[in-house]
Write a protein that binds this ligand. Structure first.
Ligand SMILES: Cc1cc2nc3c(=O)[nH]c(=O)nc-3n(C[C@H](O)[C@H](O)[C@H](O)COP(=O)(O)OP(=O)(O)OC[C@H]3O[C@@H](n4cnc5c(N)ncnc54)[C@H](O)[C@@H]3O)c2cc1C
Length: 298
């Protein structure tokens, strides 16, 4: 069994069994993960990774769980959870910072502000980790991580680290090459511009106000449920289809922002998936466009 072997190889490792995924996802949905591991440094992560490979187990990687819909019945899988575990941020030279994958994007943006570095203002309100953000190429208000991430360190299946320089091919809209390779994002380097901390802070405050005014932040969700289609906006299409407020069980299309499916209380993954299908079918009928999920369905 992986849990026993990992515990004996790494006596200080934090391991939980039958850990409720609802406690690790912003949707507050999901049954138990058979094993959840919280590696707090590269060594622990590497030993786990090698052991998993030896045992031919493919783990799932979890950041802050703000873009994941986990199954009601749970998962007979090993989940490596990096949020709050593999953490740390440091300045590198005058204009770069390096952040570990489990670090919050918001804390990374605040670190940049405090060091008089501009470029991460847009990321301050995104509730995920650095690893999840890089994997998703998270973005908001005209900014995307691809504009500032210049290097990513990943760990392969043998527990070896590799540095990947980032260029035009690395990122796409809410996706990255890291989605296909199965490597774990360990840390990222951000190249930023000198700026006035006060002005940077003011921009962050303004963007946060816009976010609070337009998004249902008081209810559990995974942010935008669908990707922006090639033409138009998912939220506008859902709104025009009259779907705001539509409910399936405990899941509903937010009244405040039609792009968000929210958990009104007790929603199941089955409720969310049924509602997503209803939205996709209705929008396709109206606009001829099949909306593609942005939320990762486990
Ligand atoms: C209220 C709210 C507002 C949001 N606003 C925005 C927004 O403005 N812009 C935006 O882009 N998104 C937004 N999101 C979605 C979400 O916050 C982002 O997609 C975020 O980048 C996900 O990060 P995470 O750490 O939560 O990743 P998770 O949800 O934990 O994981 C997402 C995917 O990344 C993979 N992954 C995570 N970490 C790693 C790693 N270290 N190595 C390899 N794979 C990894 C996971 O396996 C999974 O497939 C919002 C979500 C919420 C709830």
């Amino acid at each position: 069994m992986f849990a026993e072997r990992a515990a004996s190889a790494l006596p200080g490792l934090s391991i939980k069994t039958e850990e409720p995924l609802r406690e690790h996802t912003s949707f507050r949905i999901g049954g138990g993960a058979a094993v959840m591991v919280f590696p707090k440094n590269e060594t622990e992560l590497s030993v786990c990774r090698k052991l998993l490979s030896e045992m031919e187990i493919e783990p799932l990687i979890l950041g802050a769980g703000t873009n994941v819909l986990a199954p009601d019945e749970g998962l007979q899988r090993v989940v490596l959870c990096l949020k709050g575990a593999l953490c740390g941020i440091r300045a590198v030279g005058d204009t770069q910072i390096e952040a570990w994958a489990g670090e919050q994007l918001s804390r990374t943006a605040l670190f940049a502000r405090d060091h008089g570095l501009s470029g991460l203002e847009f990321a301050h309100g995104i509730p995920g980790t650095v690893g999840g953000g890089v994997y998703m190429n998270a973005g908001a208000y005209g900014g995307e991580l691809k504009q500032v991430v210049t290097e990513v360190t990943v760990m392969d299946k043998m527990g070896e680290l590799r540095t990947v320089p980032c260029g035009g091919e690395t990122f796409g809209y809410r996706t990255s090459i890291f989605e296909d390779c199965g490597d774990i994002i360990v840390k990222a380097t951000f190249s930023l511009q000198p700026g006035d901390p006060k002005a940077i802070g003011e921009t962050m405050r303004e963007l946060m106000e816009r976010r609070k005014a337009s998004q249902p932040l008081e209810l559990p969700s995974a942010g935008s449920t669908f990707k922006r289609p090639k033409t138009g906006y998912a939220a506008a299409m859902i709104d025009e289809a009259g779907l705001k407020g539509t409910r399936v069980g405990g899941a509903a299309v937010s009244e405040k922002h039609a792009g968000f499916v929210v958990n009104l209380g007790g929603a199941t993954a089955a409720d969310v998936k049924a509602l997503m299908k209803q939205i996709q079918d209705t929008v396709e009928k109206n606009n001829g466009i099949r909306l593609e999920p942005e939320v990762r369905i486990w």
